[in-house]
Design a protein around this ligand. Structure first.
Ligand SMILES: [Zn+2]
Length: 233
């Protein structure tokens, strides 16, 4: 593991001498939805990790196996370490996938190049150390805000897929149950990437209702790698 990490740091140290917008756009693939498939599916993605209980509730959904989830890790939150064992097990089983959501969840447009790198590398190395997991190429800029410079810096680190979304459960910090369900009814559809958050424990009822809506529409959640394939960059 140490060798991989060192290699990565050496790679990351190469400076960007041609910061052209076109280069960033050529090297990054922004995604908001899944490629077409004969199977009806969506990607339920869950961000941040302020609440260890909330993280646990999603891991339990993945554990049951009906829905495969993609979790965008903000590594400063201890929830990820709290659930380290279960996360490693679910990763090995292909029931979850992790993406890079930086160390501190800062608006990357307010940071310089070195600071942006630090945010991405810090989170990358945390996942590598804790789970033996390389999350590339998927990253989600905090608040969904990025620009060509950020995408270029990220691409230089191997994070070539800024992962946006097409529909939200509107749940960041404590949205009422009825509203979560209303959002779920509105956005759950074929090929969508949906954004959700594990910052506050949802009621079991709202988690069940989200899944019931997916089921009634003939949909199940897959990880991004399941949808895009292993070689996707
Ligand atoms: Zn976030």
């Amino acid at each position: 593991m140490e060798i991989t990490r060192q290699k990565f740091l050496i790679g990351a140290a190469s400076t960007l001498l041609i910061p052209a917008v076109e280069v960033a756009e050529a090297r990054s693939t922004i995604i908001t939805r899944l490629p077409a498939s004969r199977v009806k599916r969506l990607a339920w993605t869950i961000d941040d990790g302020v609440s260890a209980d909330a993280v646990g509730s999603y891991l339990d959904i993945a554990e049951r196996g009906e829905h495969h989830l993609t979790l965008f890790v903000t590594s400063v939150y201890s929830s990820w370490r709290t659930h380290s064992k279960q996360i490693s097990k679910l990763l090995a089983a292909g029931k979850i996938q992790l993406g890079n959501h930086t160390v501190n969840h800062k608006d990357l447009t307010t940071l310089n190049e070195q600071q942006i790198k630090k945010q991405l590398i810090g989170c990358h190395n945390f996942m590598l150390d804790e789970f033996g997991y390389d999350a590339r190429p998927y990253f989600r800029p905090p608040y969904g805000i990025s620009n060509a410079k950020i995408r270029l810096v990220a691409a230089d680190l191997g994070y070539t897929v800024p992962t946006m979304w097409y529909g939200s459960f509107g749940d960041n910090f404590g949205v009422p149950e009825e509203r979560i369900v209303r959002f779920a009814r509105k956005w759950i559809a074929d090929e969508r990437i949906l954004i959700d958050h594990c910052n506050r424990l949802k009621t079991q009822k709202s988690l069940n209702q989200i899944q019931a809506i997916m089921r009634s529409r003939g949909l199940h959640s897959v990880t991004l790698t399941e949808a895009f394939g292993k070689g996707f960059k």
